[in-house]
Design a protein around this ligand. Structure first.
Ligand SMILES: [Zn+2]
Length: 82
């Protein structure tokens, strides 16, 4: 019976700590986010200016005129010397 009480205290302490942590995070940024969790950011897709292939923006090669799927296509499209 003693261990059951200890277990209950630990569970309540954990629950309080977790609630405090969650509310601290959302309150710091935006209070409206407390009702529903913020949706995951969608992956932004960009099209290669040379061949039109769609790829995630963080994998694209940035050229002067826009995004490319590879450095080769950037060179072909912008005429830059390798
Ligand atoms: Zn391309």
């Amino acid at each position: 019976m003693k261990y059951l009480l200890v277990l209950a205290v630990v569970l309540v302490a954990f629950w309080v700590w977790r609630n405090n942590r969650l509310t601290d995070d959302t309150d710091a940024q935006r209070p409206s986010a407390r009702k529903k969790p913020a949706p995951r950011q969608p992956t932004i897709m960009v099209a290669c200016l040379h061949c039109g292939t769609h790829l995630p923006q963080n994998e694209a090669v940035q050229g002067r005129q826009g995004a490319y799927c590879s450095a080769e296509h950037r060179q072909l499209s912008e005429g830059a010397k390798p």
